[in-house]
Design a protein around this ligand. Structure first.
Ligand SMILES: NC(=O)c1ccc[n+]([C@@H]2O[C@H](COP(=O)([O-])OP(=O)(O)OC[C@H]3O[C@@H](n4cnc5c(N)ncnc54)[C@H](OP(=O)(O)O)[C@@H]3O)[C@@H](O)[C@H]2O)c1
Length: 254
């Protein structure tokens, strides 16, 4: 179905906003599934539906060859993905591309567990698929750093590291994967640098011209242990993006 539209779930989100123009530049018709109706624009049509509520998905996947499944939230991505997979099978989708997160199989947190459940739904679907795990986006790191910098004293969780990646690079990789043959699980995509979390926040403080005292804290329990063990990182075997956290801060802050 070379000329059929691609369906992008999550096309209205941060990552989706970078994916859509790349697909259009590649000459593809694009359909987006969203919970909020909106008019067609820039060669993109919008279908209203809700993956979690299992509404409108059949109409969204009808006649589609490739689905880029980027929709996600704090919880329920496993349920949402199972609903999407069922409809995609009924519609005879030829390639399902899924964005997951590094550490999905290791971090004992609800978000990561639901991403793993979603990965499994995709892998077990019987549909040809490609799954990419990415590190946290710079956009999320900025939200976290901004929130922490509002506190009079910034907590500095010991031993926790991030390797944030530029969401534009994740988008470019996903488009490349979507326009290629299904590849199953592909190498993780992480940012070019691993930062202790305190260092990442310090970068934000510097870029925004602020000063805050930092207070070392220890994240307790199995979540703390998993982060300190680096279970949220891929230190070996990942593809790495080129844009650094400092590049992103220079663009967005100050
Ligand atoms: N942010 C990160 O650091 C990071 C790292 C690795 C992987 N990821 C994954 O990358 C994906 C995109 O992340 P993002 O930061 O771009 O997300 P985002 O900006 O928060 O956008 C979420 C998107 O999901 C859609 N969505 C949410 N619930 C839905 C539902 N029930 N039915 C249909 N659509 C729904 C929203 O569409 P409407 O509001 O228009 O309905 C929106 O387009 C997610 O799967 C996320 O887990 C993110």
């Amino acid at each position: 179905m070379v000329n059929s539209p691609l369906l992008v779930t999550g096309g209205t989100g941060t990552l989706g906003g970078h994916v859509l123009p790349l697909l259009r530049a590649a000459g593809r018709d694009v359909r987006v599934l969203t919970r909020t109706a909106r008019p067609a624009a820039d060669g993109v049509t919008y279908v209203t539906g809700d993956l979690l509520g299992d509404e409108g998905i059949d109409a969204a996947v009808a006649g589609v060859g490739t689905v880029l499944h980027l929709a996600g939230g704090a919880k329920g991505d496993d349920v949402a993905t199972r609903n999407l997979v069922r409809a995609a099978r009924r519609a005879g989708v030829e390639h399902l591309v899924y964005i997951s997160v590094i550490g999905a199989d290791r971090l004992p947190l609800g978000y990561f567990r639901s991403k793993l459940g979603a990965e499994q739904a995709v892998a077990d679907s019987g549909l040809p698929y490609t799954t990419l795990r990415a590190a946290q986006f710079h956009d999320l790191a900025l939200k976290v750093a901004t929130g922490m910098a509002k506190l009079p004293v910034v907590p500095a969780p010991g031993g926790i590291r991030w390797q944030p990646v530029d969401s534009r690079e994740v988008a470019a990789r996903l488009v490349e994967l979507a326009l290629d043959e299904p590849a199953g699980p592909v190498p993780d995509l992480a940012g070019p640098t691993v930062y202790p979390m305190a260092e990442m926040v310090r970068g934000y403080l510097r870029a925004s011209g602020r000063r805050r005292p930092m207070l070392p804290v220890r994240v307790p329990g199995k979540v703390g242990r998993a982060y300190r063990a680096g279970d949220n990182l891929t230190l070996i075997g990942a593809q790495t993006g080129r844009r650094t956290w400092e590049d992103f801060l220079a663009e967005r802050v100050g």
